[in-house]
Design a protein. Sequence first.
Length: 53
Amino acid sequence: MKKWQCTVCGFIYDPAVGDPDSGIEPGTAFEDVPADWVCPECGVGKDMFEPVD
């Protein structure tokens, strides 16, 4: 699964890790993360993330 990076702070969302503190289980693809999820580092919305090559 592809990793996604916050364009504001550089946080990397890794699907293998998820975001357990926000209720996102490991193995959750970015596409399956709820639309109201925000970056755990800076608080911007999911729309501010870009795929990492």
